[in-house]
Design a protein around this ligand. Sequence first.
Ligand code: 13P
Ligand code: SF4
Length: 356
Amino acid sequence: MEAQHLVEANSTSRTAAERFGVWERPDLTYSPAVAKETAHLYERVRDFIPAIEWPVFAPYIHAINRLKKERGAVILAHNYQTPEIFHCVADIKGDSLQLARDAVSVDAEIIVQCGVHFMAETSKLLNPQKTVLIPDGRAGCSLSESITGADVRLLRERYPGVPVVTYVNTSADVKAETDICCTSANAVDVVNSFDSDTVLCIPDEYLAMNVANQTSKKILTWKGHCEVHERFTADELLEYKKADPRIEIVAHPECHPSVLAVSDYAGSTKGMIDYVKTRRPARVLLVTECSMASNIQVEVPEVDFVKPCNLCPHMKRITLPKILDSLLFMTEEVTVDPAIAGRARLAVERMINLKN
Ligand code: 13P
Ligand code: SF4
């Protein structure tokens, strides 16, 4: 059966709660058994969660890990999730590109996406036959909200024949109108894969400007911004450098080009993590969402992280109690309108299959 039809079947038939059943809330007492079974997990997060608070976290972590096995579910988590989610309940972790790639090969009937809505939608596009849940469907993204499919149709009218590259941080509605998706990890390669001299790279203006600095093509863009990364300024970073010249600055390409100009490295969240793990600088400042520093710190304890704490309010909507509810009540189920699912999936698949 065509994958597109499977999406339709899922979205119009019974709800996930009806298909899988709703389970009773487990006992969430911090018992000696829970303490024993979660002790190894506490070792991973002890620098971020005070011992006195662990009895609040541990029963949720214990219940989630048991439930996901019983349900046959897999938890996908973005690098910006909080340490207790990232280190204690996630099965697959990564940047947007890794999560999209891994979503294709997930060997489970149920995917719980700990990230924002466009990530869950991408997983659903790539797994139309699977049940994809997001613990809080309100977890949006300022970039995704900056543009609609109708806007892309207008851009195509205005720039006929110009290829459209769309950042994955967009809705399926937007992806459906596009030639191919990209992430911050592969944007330059995706843009260069076209013969055309001009490419529309939307909706992140700063990512597009940063790509333009690395290609000979003319890049047209849109005025979307990430509300977290647009707050960083070059002046602020230069102040850190002045205070300690040894500090290495590692930035995400959603920042303004002037921020990248004073950085030692720029790349996707995975690229940033790899940089720190490989180079192990004495001090580093990650110019991105601040949970990520905590998540990597566990693996490189000798590195001193300077944390200007900019949190993504959308990523932070995902919490342990909501993940537990997702698994108990099979909520919130992510569906994609069958009228757009096929075209949106093609744009994501073209990106995944692009040979560098
Ligand atoms: P990455 O693809 O680098 O993980 O970025 C996703 C994102 O939303 C950054 O703000
Ligand atoms: Fe969107 Fe920015 Fe949050 Fe990433 S950090 S999900 S781009 S708002």
